[in-house]
Write a protein that binds this ligand. Structure first.
Ligand code: BDR
Ligand code: CA
Length: 324
């Protein structure tokens, strides 16, 4: 039997983060050596608390959880509570976790220590929030960069003829929330796989999919469907408010962060191109936070642009079925 893949998940739960964490916890071939919280959808305090709530809810109480950076490297703090709810998890009842989290050590130091003490290329990182913790790790201990087995990032948007942003017309949230950190990571990482906004949008959770999720009859599947239902309503109310008619077409919810986990579990479901990524770090530009891709060149980034969405969604359901 082959050894499990060791991973650290850097996250800002966040509704789609929660489902991504469920997916990772349910995968029999992954060993989660730690989860690290970063300021993003909600403050780092709430994100760290939410990670513990999510782990407890899924009865995975043995994963160490660390608190990371409470603000971006240079820009002002940006959160997305209007999408994820004031608590970050749509106000749903995840309960109160018994585990207090790791108080002695910061997330950045934990990531550095783990990478430096593990054999080279043993530990992978999935980053599904703004890249502040990861950039800080690279700045503080550059020797970590070559030790990572694989770095998978949910972020950015690259579609020439599609939407370039979900936070502004040009910027995806994780990039906009810390563009300077993102640029450091894209410039210095040896090998990154990027799962951008358009891939998460392809894997949309529509009504039919949510019914299948509820049919699993497990508490993790049920609460995932509830969170996605609430997000669909929030986004549709938001679009309706902005539209001239006061209505918005019914839409599902993009599975952004679960796609990043899916890409580590079954990379063959995703296709992409190698090249380099740039992030607009000019705060006075309307395109602040926008990502661009150049094929070829240094080729340290694999930017995915397509997912086999039906197979991915089946895989997500199969994983949820493995949890309580
Ligand atoms: C990303 O931003 C966050 O709101 C989501 O959790 C996801 O990581 C999508 O743009
Ligand atoms: Ca996230």
């Amino acid at each position: 039997m082959s050894a499990k893949t060791k991973i650290i998940i850097d996250t800002d739960p966040g509704i789609d983060d929660a489902i991504a964490l469920f997916m990772a916890m349910a995968d029999p071939n992954l060993e989660i050596v730690g989860m690290t919280a970063v300021n993003g959808n909600v403050s780092v305090d709430k994100a760290e608390y939410n990670i513990r709530r999510i782990c407890d809810f899924a009865w995975h109480t043995n994963i160490p959880v660390y608190k990371g950076c409470d603000r971006p490297l240079k820009r002002s703090v940006l959160n997305a509570e209007w999408v994820h709810g004031a608590d970050g998890l749509a106000g749903l009842d995840f309960g109160t976790p018994a585990y207090q989290g790791e108080k002695e050590e910061n997330a950045v130091d934990f990531i550095i220590k783990t990478l430096m003490k593990s054999p080279e290329k043993e530990v992978s990182i999935i980053a599904i929030g703004p890249l502040t913790n990861i950039a800080t790790v690279f700045l503080k201990e550059p020797r970590t960069i070559s030790r990572i087995r694989e770095l998978i990032i949910m972020g950015g948007a690259f579609c020439e003829d599609g939407p370039r942003g979900n936070s502004t017309p040009y910027a995806e949230f994780n990039m906009l929330a810390d563009p300077h950190a993102a640029q450091i990571v894209f410039d210095t990482a040896e090998r990154v796989t990027v799962v951008p906004m358009e891939v998460g949008m392809q894997a949309e959770a529509d009504k039919e999919f949510l019914e299948k999720m509820r049919d699993l009859n497990t508490r993790c599947a049920e609460i995932s469907a509830d969170m996605l239902d609430i997000t669909a309503k929030t986004l549709s109310d938001h679009l309706a408010q902005k539209s001239k008619t006061g209505t918005a077409p019914e839409k599902g919810t993009s599975l952004y962060d679960p796609c990043a986990v899916g890409c580590l579990i079954r990379p063959a479901l995703f296709s992409g191109k190698y090249g380099t990524v740039q992030v607009n770090t000019n705060a006075s530009d309307e395109k602040f936070g926008m990502t661009t891709f150049e094929e070829g060149n240094k080729r340290n980034c694999l930017v995915t642009h397509k997912v086999d969405k039906e197979s991915f969604k089946e895989m997500l359901l199969a994983h949820l079925a493995n949890l309580p």
